[in-house]
Design a protein around this ligand. Structure first.
Ligand SMILES: [Zn+2]
Length: 841
């Protein structure tokens, strides 16, 4: 087809893109007509009959997928090649484009010659196909009646004599009618057909292998054919019925060659390719125009009063759009007595935006639950789900978590940019030598790589970066994730959907049966998944994340899931630990010298008094928080023989860290310390990023850690996130001669329990990171220490649940001094009795 005769319809809501397309294709000799929305595009397409359509995938109102579907349902336009222009390159987007009938897509931003090449290629396909349509000679008997009779004989031999009458009645065009008449599955019939033709049988079509643009998609859909390209066979056509010679003939002409491979799959398998748009994926896509929900540049935002008068959907969408505009990572709905506080989490600090009534929030939360496919009526049990939203043209995955609280249902919505590629290891803050070590492990054919971090500490981001470091290696990479947060090129990503039965263990085992080269598991949460992953790493490379305070405590976490140390040591290639630390705000930060207390604290690590540290004062750009942006603090431990032996022999995480530190391997604490002395982190941030945890190890004092307790005194571990509670209880206990250690949450408590021995743990119930229930679970599994729970909550259900979970006792705070001491003494006595009893029995 002559370029000069071709009319290209370009559809995009972005005028700049339309202008670029017009200039690029105009220069190449095409006539370009443009539309800024879906409705105009359809009108122009009917009127002008374009030779090819370039369609933006994400547009407000009618999106590209809807436009494509609509356009291809118009008889005159059915053969029109549609090429998507999109910033989205994930597999899901590829599937959606293909399902909507696209022949190809071009990624934005694009180079001019890429666009011209794509247009030329598809104009040629369209022209070639049109020519075939007009010159088609009809049925060509290449499969002779004798051949088909032979096939029928093999069918009877395979399916048994009772299938003979049905087989006799069948004709080449209707072989799959046998599925109904004989009760044999379509897949089985397809397998027999494949065997008869001596070609491969495909149990499923992997969407990343689909070749767009070889044939018009509507033709593929009608005739049940899929062009694919994979490593094993190269370019191939997957068909359901190779007896349909008309189809085979067309394929030969369309591909312009007779040297292609033919594969057979069942009709159902092929139909699935065109029906991938599961409602949970596409149906829930929400588009928000910020102006329509009260966000106008330069104008004040609606206050609580105005929001209170609007419909719940307005409130819900307003919260999403406002959080997005503020660059928030999460929206928190926190019910209180007087109403529900709505806050945006920015650089990990929640800023309350407004407060609304319980009734109104409840309806707004129902909207989010419906979008995320959760049970709207379930308000007690915690639920997790996800939906997608386009806000001001940017696409987000929103991860929804609900939880019951004393004043009603709480909800947290995490906003994840879906179309931003994962960061590089350097962007994340990984040191070059660490990235190099990790890359060498990723090149391995088999083994296990574990990424460990406390909750909310960058585990997911790190894992995705690790995944993208694998790059286009030619290896088959399959993931199990809940939910899929980023689309990673070159990978096949599978979503774990617990409420619908797609649990981690079931998804992992289905992936393993496909024998990928690399298995990535979003999070190890259960023993069955842990065991499967450990089996897989004998044949391929497994990468998995786990919630643990650092790389070495991941060993204990896996041990707690029933993985034996020697088995783990044999499999591990490398352990990665990560913490996210806030960066000092560049606008208001200035260097200062250390305080006397800081000098005393840091001198054991060799920090000299002249060192200057970052000291942000807080300003408007950082909302007074003193921090802007965040960085990762990493530790990467590649397994050496020595480390392997230490892990296998049952050394504690602290002992292992200590050995690594002695061997000059960077641990979280040492990396945080370097960042502190280089002025890149504040003292507070460095402490939280690992310096506090690793201080004994860094100071070479690990062996002395337990000696800080008075060995004669009874030793209590007090766990509470509230400072005033802690101080009050601590002073009461120490005044009674008890030795008290402090942890601010369950995670810290577990860390201390790993290092030292305690006679009793006294823990608050409600805490961030790991609450009292979580701590009860941990201690029940890993430590033989009695635990007493206290709480400010008067909910009797808490008390029952705590006691059922193994708490020795439960009391309410505030508590009178003598009652506290009586309870503690009673608990110690009971625990002592229990221990004696356990020993003697
Ligand atoms: Zn600032």
């Amino acid at each position: 087809m002559e370029a000069a005769h071709a009319v290209i319809l370009s559809v995009d809501d972005d005028r700049d893109i339309l202008e670029i397309v017009r200039i690029t294709l105009g220069t190449a000799g095409y006539e370009v007509i443009t539309a800024e929305n879906g409705e105009d595009a359809l009108r122009l397409a009917v009127k002008n009959r374009p030779s090819l359509v370039l369609l933006d995938a994400m547009m407000p109102g009618m999106d590209g997928y809807a436009v494509a579907t609509e356009m291809l349902s118009i008889p005159d336009l059915q053969g029109t090649p549609i090429v998507f222009l999109t910033a989205l390159t994930g597999e899901h987007d590829r599937q959606s484009a293909f399902a909507a009938g696209a022949v190809d897509y071009v990624t934005k931003p694009f180079a001019g010659n890429t666009l011209v090449a794509a247009v030329e290629r598809h104009l040629n396909t369209g022209a070639r196909f049109a020519a075939i349509g007009t010159s088609r000679t009809g049925w060509t008997e290449r499969v002779t009646p004798a051949d088909f009779a032979t096939f029928k004989e093999t069918l009877v031999a395979e399916l048994g004599e009772q299938a003979a009458p049905a087989v006799t009645a069948v004709v080449p065009a209707t072989i799959y009618s046998l599925a109904e008449s004989t009760g044999v599955g379509e897949a089985r019939i397809a397998e027999l057909v494949a065997r008869f033709f001596g070609v491969g049988f495909l149990p499923r079509v992997i969407s990343s292998e689909i070749q767009l643009g070889v044939l018009p998609t509507p033709f593929c859909r009608t005739n049940l054919v899929v062009p694919i390209n994979n490593q094993a066979v190269g370019a191939a056509f997957v068909v359901a019925n190779p007896f349909n010679w008309d189809l085979i003939d067309t394929l030969e002409r369309a591909s312009g060659t007779d040297s292609y491979t033919l594969l057979v799959a069942s009709p159902g398998t092929i139909r699935d390719v065109f029906e991938r748009e599961a409602p949970s994926e596409r149906g829930t896509l929400l588009t928000i125009d910020p102006e329509a929900v009260g966000l106008r540049a330069g104008a004040p935002r609606p206050g609580a009063r105005e929001l209170g008068m609007r419909p719940p959907a307005f409130l819900a969408d307003h919260a999403l759009a406002a959080a997005e505009a503020d660059g928030a990572s999460d929206i928190e709905f926190e019910p209180k007595a007087e109403g529900v506080s709505v806050g945006y989490r920015i650089d990990d600090v929640v800023h309350e935006a407004f407060m609304v009534s319980h009734e109104q929030t409840s309806m707004a939360l129902s909207r989010f639950k419906a979008l995320a496919g959760l049970d709207i009526n379930e308000r007690r049990r915690s639920q997790r789900g996800a939906f997608e939203v386009v806000i001001a043209g940017a696409r987000y995955a929103v991860r929804v978590t609900t939880a019951a609280s004393a004043y009603g249902e709480a909800m947290s919505l995490r906003l994840i940019r879906a179309d931003v590629p994962p960061k590089t290891s350097a962007d994340l803050g990984m040191l070059p030598e660490q990235a190099e070590m990790l890359a060498s492990c990723l090149a391995a054919r088999q083994g296990l790589i574990i990424v460990a971090a406390p909750p909310r500490s960058g585990k997911t981001t790190t894992a995705y970066t690790v995944l993208s470091m694998l790059g286009p290696s030619g290896r088959r990479i399959t993931t199990a994730e809940s939910p899929i947060e980023f689309r990673v090129p070159f990978t096949h990503q599978q979503s774990v959907d617990e409420p619908n039965g797609a649990t981690y263990p079931s998804v992992i085992s289905s992936i393993i049966s496909q024998e990928p080269d690399v298995l990535f598991v979003g999070e190890i949460r259960d023993a069955e998944s842990a065991r499967s992953i450990l089996r897989f790493d004998e044949t391929g490379l497994a990468i998995a994340t786990i919630t643990a305070s650092n790389a070495t405590s991941a060993i204990s976490a896996l041990e707690a899931l029933g993985i034996a140390r020697p088995r783990l040591a044999a499999s591990l290639l490398c352990l990665v630990g990560v913490r996210i630390a806030p960066l000092p705000c560049p606008e208001c930060s200035s260097p200062r010298t250390l305080t006397v207390e800081e000098q005393a604290m840091l001198s054991p690590f060799g920090v000299t008094p002249d060192v200057q540290v970052a000291d942000p004062a807080g300003c408007t750009t950082c909302r007074g928080t003193g921090s802007r942006g965040r960085t990762g603090i990493f530790e990467v431990f590649v397994l050496t023989d020595a480390l392997r032996e230490q892990i296998a022999s049952g050394a504690t995480p602290a002992e292992i860290r200590s050995t690594l530190q002695d061997a000059d391997t960077k641990i979280l604490g040492s990396v945080a310390l370097e960042a502190l002395t280089a002025g890149r982190l504040t003292v507070e941030a460095a402490l939280a990023a690992g310096l506090a945890d690793d201080q004994e190890i860094l100071a070479g004092r690990i062996a002395l850690a337990s000696a800080t307790h008075n060995p004669e005194a009874t030793s209590i571990l007090l766990v509470d996130d509230a400072e005033d509670n802690r101080e009050l209880l601590q002073s009461t206990l120490t005044s009674a001669g008890l030795s008290v250690s402090i942890a601010r949450n369950g995670v810290e408590a577990v860390r201390l329990l790993e290092r030292g021995t305690f006679d009793l743990v006294l823990s608050d119930l409600r805490m961030p990171l790991m609450d009292g229930f979580g701590l009860l679970n941990e201690t029940a599994r890993n430590f033989s220490v009695p635990l007493v729970i206290y709480s400010a909550s008067t909910d009797p259900a808490d008390e029952v649940r705590a006691l059922m979970a193994g708490a020795l006792d439960f009391f309410h705070v505030p508590v009178r001094r003598e009652i506290l001491l009586a309870r503690v003494r009673h608990a110690l006595a009971t625990a002592g009795d229990m221990r004696t009893y356990a020993k003697s029995s």
